[in-house]
Design a protein around this ligand. Structure first.
Ligand SMILES: Nc1ncnc2c1ncn2[C@@H]1O[C@H](COP(=O)(O)OP(=O)(O)O)[C@@H](O)[C@H]1O
Ligand SMILES: [Mg+2]
Length: 608
C-alpha cells in the first residue's frame, strides 16, 4: 500500500515531491532485522543497560511482594492480634516501597543516560552520512523531511531502545509473576479472575491492528509538516513578495490538520482501548470481590488472600496497558528505524573506490573527454563535450542560461560523475582519486554564494580555518572585499545572519571569492562569480583576478565580457555542447553565437 501525503491544492510544496518519492506507511510491526541492527547502538553501553535490567528485576519483584505482605498482615498478625508482627510487616512494606522507589528511579536515570547517548550517536552518524551523500542525493530529497528523519524518527527509535525494551521485559515478568502467584494462592479464584482474559486479548488485538496503521500515518504526516514548514520559512521572501501568505497558510493548514487528524485518530484508539482495559480490570475486581467474598464467608478462603488478590488484579492490568502502549511505540520505532536505516544504507553514488589514490599536487591540466552527462533518468544535459585546459590557462565558458555551463563545472569538481566519457586532471581520471584529496586542491565560487552564520572572517577562513589574520585580509583585498568589510561597524567580526541576508548578493560573492582565494587552490572554478556586483567593482575584481588566476588553472563561467576577454580560450556552450571555441577576437570575427551573445549581453559593459 502506498499512501499519499495530503492532497495539494496548489500543486506546489514538499508533499507533491514526497508522493513522487513514495513515502510509505506500510510495514511490519516488528522486524528483527531492524531491531538487531538498532540494538547494536546499545552495545557500547551494555554495562549500564545490564544495571538497569537488574534494577528492573528488583523493582518487579518488589511489586509482587507487597500484596503478599498485606496478606500475611491480615491473615496472621491482624487475625491473631500480633501487633509486634504487624509492626514488622508494616516496616517491611515501607522498605519494599522505598526499595521500589529507589530502584525505579535508578533504572530510569540509567535508561535516559544511555538513551540520550544513543540518540546523539545516531544523529551524528546520520549527519556524517548525509555529508558523504553526493549532491545528486540532496537534489532529490526534501530538506525538511530529512530533518524529520534525524530529529523525529531517531527520537522514537531511542524510546524503544532505551525505555521500551526494558519495560517490555519488566512487564512480561510482572505479568507472569502475578499470574503464578495468584494461581498458587487460590487456583479457583485465579481461574475465575482470568475469565476476563480472552476479552482483554481480543481488545488488545483489535487495538494493535488498527493502531499500527494509525500511528504510521501520524509519522508520515509529521514529516510532511516539517517539510512544508522548512520550505515555507526559507521561501518567506518570495511568499511575502507575491503576497501569497494566504495560499501558503492554507497549504500549511492542510498538512497541519492532516497531521492533527491522524494523531487524534491514533490517540482516540488509545482513548477507547485504555478505559476498556480499565473497565475489564474493574470487572475482574468485581469477580474477586463476589466469588472471593463468598469463599471467605464459607471459610474456604482467608480474608488476606482475597485482599492480596484485589491488589494483584490491579497490578495485573497495569502491565497490559503499558504493553499495548509500548506496542505503538514499537510501531513508530520500526517505521522510523526502517527509514533511518534506509538512509544509512543509501550508498553514495559517488564514493571513493577501494583503490582510490591520493591526488598528487595538481599541476593543473584539466581534460574532458567525450563527456556526456544526465543528472538523472536519460535527459542528457551534456553531449560529447571535449575540452583541454592546459596548466595555468584560464578558460571561459559562456552561453545562454541552461546551456550546461554549471554542469560542466560540477563534473570537474566531481559533484556528479559523468554518464559517459571521463574527466581527467593531470591525466588522472577523477574517479580514481579520493574526493577529499581532489577537492582540497580545488576552489569553487558557486553561482549562488553561500555564507554560514558567523563572523565574516570565519566565512573567509572556511577553507583554511587556521589562516592568519593577515593572509585572510590579503585574500579579501584581492577579492576587492576589504573596503566594504572594513566599512561595516564590526569589520571582519561582523556577524552574518543565516543565508547572509544582511549583505547584498554582490557582497556575498566578494566574500566567496575571498574564501576561494585564501584556500589557494590549484584549480579555480568561478561560476558567474561576479554576476551580481556592479560593473565598476567587477572591473576592479578583474584586475585582482588577473593576479589571482596567474599560475592556476581556471574555469570561469561568465556572462560579462570583461571576465572573458582575457581568457586563453573561450568556449561557447549551447544545448549541452561546446559549439564555438577560440579567443575573443577570433570569435567576434566569426560572427556566430558568441557574436550574437556579445551584441545582446556584453554590450552594456563596453559602453560603461
Ligand atoms: N541538479 C540538477 N538536476 C537535474 N537537472 C539539472 C540540475 N542542474 C541543472 N539541471 C539541468 O541541466 C541543464 C543545464 O543546466 P546548467 O548546467 O545549470 O546550465 P547553465 O549553468 O549553463 O545555466 C538545464 O537544462 C537544467 O535544467
Ligand atoms: Mg549556471
Amino acid at each position: 500500500m502506498s499512501f499519499s501525503i495530503g492532497a495539494s491544492g496548489t500543486g506546489i510544496g514538499p508533499r507533491r515531491v514526497m508522493e513522487g518519492f513514495g513515502e510509505r506507511v506500510d510495514g511490519k510491526a516488528f522486524d528483527w532485522r531492524v531491531v538487531t541492527r538498532l540494538l547494536a547502538y546499545l552495545r557500547p553501553h551494555w554495562q549500564r543497560m545490564a544495571a538497569a535490567f537488574l534494577l528492573m528485576l528488583i523493582a518487579s519483584a518488589l511489586t509482587l511482594v507487597a500484596p503478599y505482605l498485606i496478606k500475611v498482615a491480615i491473615d496472621q498478625s491482624i487475625a491473631e492480634g500480633d501487633t509486634a508482627g504487624l509492626a514488622r510487616i508494616a516496616l517491611g512494606l515501607a522498605a519494599v516501597f522505598i526499595g521500589a522507589y529507589l530502584t525505579t528511579a535508578g533504572q530510569q536515570y540509567l535508561l535516559s543516560w544511555v538513551g540520550q547517548r544513543v540518540l546523539a550517536t545516531l544523529r551524528t552518524r546520520l549527519f556524517r552520512h548525509l555529508q558523504a551523500l553526493p549532491l545528486g542525493y540532496h537534489d532529490t530529497h526534501i530538506v525538511g523531511v530529512t530533518i524529520s528523519r534525524v530529529i523525529n524518527d531517531v527520537a522514537v527509535i531511542n524510546e524503544l531502545l532505551s525505555e521500551g525494551l526494558i519495560t517490555l521485559v519488566g512487564d512480561v515478568l510482572v505479568l507472569a509473576g502475578v499470574i503464578s502467584v495468584m494461581l498458587s494462592m487460590s487456583l479457583r479464584l485465579a481461574l475465575l479472575t482470568f475469565c476476563v482474559f480472552p476479552v482483554v486479548l481480543l481488545a488488545t488485538y483489535l487495538f494493535a491492528r488498527r493502531a499500527q496503521v494509525a500511528f504510521r500515518h501520524t509519522r508520515a504526516r509529521i514529516a510532511a509538516v516539517v517539510g512544508d514548514l522548512a520550505e515555507d520559512i526559507s521561501g518567506m521572501r518570495v511568499i511575502q513578495a507575491f503576497a501569497q501568505e494566504d495560499v501558503t497558510h492554507e497549504r500549511f493548514d492542510e498538512v497541519n490538520q492532516a497531521n492533527r487528524d491522524a494523531y487524534i485518530k491514533a490517540m482516540s484508539l488509545s482513548f477507547v482501548f485504555l478505559p476498556s482495559i480499565e473497565f475489564l480490570g474493574m470487572l475482574a475486581t468485581g469477580i474477586v470481590l463476589w466469588f472471593g467474598g463468598l469463599a471467605v464467608a464459607r471459610g474456604e478462603l482467608t480474608l488476606g488472600v482475597m485482599v492480596a488478590f484485589l491488589a494483584y488484579v490491579s497490578r495485573f492490568f497495569q502491565p497490559i496497558q503499558e504493553l499495548s502502549q509500548l506496542y505503538t511505540t514499537m510501531q513508530a520505532a520500526m517505521a522510523g528505524g526502517e527509514r533511518v536505516l534506509d538512509l544509512l544504507d543509501t550508498r553514495p553514488e559517488i564514493a571513493d573506490r577501494p583503490a582510490a589514490v591520493e591526488m598528487p599536487t595538481i599541476a593543473g591540466l584539466v581534460e574532458l573527454r567525450h563527456v556526456s552527462f544526465s543528472y538523472r533518468g536519460d535527459t542528457r544535459v551534456l553531449h560529447d563535450v571535449n575540452l583541454v585546459i592546459e596548466p595555468g590557462q584560464t578558460v571561459a565558458l559562456v552561453g545562454p542560461t541552461g546551456a550546461g555551463k554549471t554542469s560542466i563545472a560540477n563534473l570537474v569538481a566531481r559533484f556528479y560523475d559523468v554518464t559517459e566519457g571521463a574527466v581527467l586532471i593531470d591525466g588522472l581520471d577523477v574517479r580514481q582519486v579520493t574526493q577529499h584529496s581532489l577537492r582540497r586542491q580545488m576552489g569553487l565560487v558557486p553561482q549562488e554564494p553561500f555564507l554560514f552564520s558567523g563572523a565574516i572572517a570565519d566565512n573567509i577562513r572556511f577553507g583554511r580555518p587556521r589562516a592568519a589574520a593577515r593572509a585572510m585580509e590579503e585574500a579579501a583585498r584581492l577579492a576587492n572585499a576589504h573596503a566594504f568589510i572594513t566599512a561595516l561597524p564590526d569589520g571582519y567580526a561582523t556577524e552574518i545572519l543565516e543565508g547572509g541576508v544582511n549583505l547584498s548578493v554582490g557582497q556575498r560573492q566578494l566574500i566567496c571569492i575571498a574564501r576561494a582565494v585564501l584556500a589557494d587552490p590549484r584549480i579555480l572554478i568561478l561560476d558567474e562569480a561576479t554576476s551580481s556586483v556592479d560593473t565598476v567593482t567587477e572591473v576592479l575584481i578583474q584586475d585582482a583576478l588577473q593576479r589571482l588566476l596567474a599560475g592556476r588553472t581556471a574555469m570561469v563561467i561568465a556572462h560579462r565580457l570583461s571576465t572573458v576577454r582575457h581568457a586563453d580560450l573561450i568556449c561557447v556552450v549551447d544545448g549541452g555542447r561546446i559549439v564555438e571555441r577560440g579567443r575573443h577576437e577570433e570569435l567576434l570575427a566569426r560572427g556566430g553565437l558568441y557574436h550574437a551573445l556579445y551584441e545582446r549581453q556584453f554590450v552594456d559593459l563596453v559602453t560603461t
